[in-house]
Design a protein around this ligand. Structure first.
Ligand code: FMN
Length: 449
């Protein structure tokens, strides 16, 4: 069994994963198209010896994200971006999201094999089955397929893609064979017209939430990229579930579970809290609405909106008509619901403000805490952020993290220059790359042909 190692990646999210990241003074308005910035951010991740840079993808545009996630409305297609990142770096892995629901296995196999060749063994595929039902309407379909159909299709795709890689020619053109796949969805003869990837099989990430997604991740993926969970206990449960499923497939120590993590870090705790407050103060609140109408939040997933009516509804405290900077009286917060109490504890963890304490929770805190977060957020100095990472790693909640930068590029360098050295000093994270391929970084053996 291999020694368990901490793995860290960087999610490239051009205007930041915080819903006000695009308004931070550091933000670059056209970062999604600024290839020099994308390359420079990737190089800073590489200087910190991170495992990979991660590129998400959607196959639909949502103009409603203008005031929360503008770089999710339009951005560069990830394979082209990944090629430019690979050309500007030498060691760091490059993870590309591709959704098999809207692609054929032969096309996916050749794109990924090509990326693996031009990066010299640093490519990975983040296999998703789609966050955007609207994508269906861009690909000649009437509706988004249901979970069963999407995962049946994805599983056959992955099997065919790997068979195509195994049967692909060597770079000198020799050694290829047909696969003559005749499956439920695909008929693929092969061989592939791109040589076998340097990594044999390009590394596979899987990201999803359903039972089918957990099963696919545990059985077939090298990395499970995990979404947020409401509590630490649930996070550990999720981790244990993926481990148990992987063990049933005889691969207990071959799947790394990496959730997202948004670190808001500064040299001192006070500065980190001030930075978090600054970002929250820059949030654009959603238009008010009638109470009871649940709508999309932040564009990713379902949730409550960020506005006064939603906050009032979630906490059961009428925040309307108050100055958002004003303290909420402790007596008012005494009667919140169980969910409200959970969120109050989250507010205290992030802001260090407490109910009725010397620095009391404000009405603004309730409003900012209303929508679901894209990932776990930690606010603190470098040691505090490293403590959280160490705790999750050692307590069996994660094998590492995909780091979501709240704003770009400042939050990337804050993590790579302030937190990574602490993790390295503690002996938790590598100081040098052991090899050149992403498989080397992840401790994955080269699969035999
Ligand atoms: C951490 C994480 C990252 C994801 N990234 C993407 C992405 O970049 N593009 C995408 O279309 N879907 C993405 N998804 C959505 C999944 O593809 C999946 O369809 C969605 O979570 C619904 O789950 P299910 O398919 O397992 O039912 C992501 C999901 C998670 C949990």
């Amino acid at each position: 069994m291999r020694t368990r190692e901490l793995h860290l990646g960087l999610m490239f999210w051009a205007t930041g994963t915080h819903a006000a990241g695009w308004r931070h003074p550091d933000a670059v308005a056209d970062a999604a198209y600024d290839i020099e910035l994308i390359q420079e951010v990737s190089r800073s991740a590489e200087r910190a010896k991170l495992d990979f840079v991660f590129l998400g993808d959607r196959l639909a545009s949502d103009p409603a994200l203008q005031h929360s996630n503008p770089a999710q409305i339009s951005r560069l297609e990830p394979f082209a971006t990944a090629a430019a990142i690979a050309a500007a770096t030498t060691h760091i892995g490059v993870v590309v999201t591709a959704n098999p629901t809207y692609s054929d296995p032969y096309g996916i196999a050749r794109l990924l094999a090509s990326l693996d060749h031009l990066s010299e063994g640093r490519a990975a595929w983040n296999l998703v089955t789609g966050a955007d039902p609207a994508a269906a309407l861009n690909f000649g379909r009437d509706a988004h397929w249901d979970t069963e159909r999407r995962y049946d299709w994805a599983e056959e795709t992955l099997a065919v893609v790997r068979r195509l890689w195994d049967a692909a020619p060597d770079p000198d053109g020799t050694g290829s064979r047909r696969i003559d796949h005749r499956g439920r969805y695909f008929s693929v003869d092969g061989p592939l017209d791109v040589a076998r990837p340097p990594q044999g099989h390009v590394v596979v990430f899987s990201a999803g939430t359903s039972d089918r997604s957990r099963e696919l991740g545990a059985r077939d993926a090298d990395v499970v990229f995990a979404g947020p969970q409401p509590t630490f206990a649930k996070r550990k449960e999720y981790y244990a579930d993926i481990r148990a499923r992987a063990a049933r497939h005889g691969r207990a120590d071959r799947v790394a579970v990496l959730p997202g993590l948004t670190p808001i870090v500064a040299p001192t705790t006070e500065e980190a809290v001030a930075l978090h407050d600054l970002l929250n103060a820059l949030l654009v609140l959603d238009p008010e609405r009638e109470v009871g109408d649940i709508v999309r939040a932040g564009g990713i997933g379902e949730g409550h909106r960020r506005n006064l009516t939603s906050a009032s509804e979630v906490f059961g405290v009428d925040v309307r008509g108050h100055d958002l900077a004003d303290a909420v009286p402790a007596a008012v917060l005494a009667g919140v619901s169980e969910e409200g109490a959970r969120r109050l504890a989250e507010i205290t963890r992030l802001t260090r403000r407490t109910v009725g304490g010397p620095a009391p929770i404000t009405y603004g805190d309730l409003v900012h805490a209303t929508p679901a977060q894209l990932s776990h957020v930690v606010v603190g100095n470098p040691e505090e952020v490293a403590d959280m990472i160490q705790e999750w790693f050692e307590e069996g909640a994660a094998d590492g993290f995909n780091i979501y930068p709240a704003y770009v590029p400042g939050a990337v360098t804050a993590f790579t220059e302030l937190v990574v050295p602490v993790l390295q000093r503690r002996g938790l994270f590598r100081k040098e790359y052991r090899g050149r391929t992403l498989r080397d970084h992840l401790g994955l053996a080269l699969p035999p042909r």
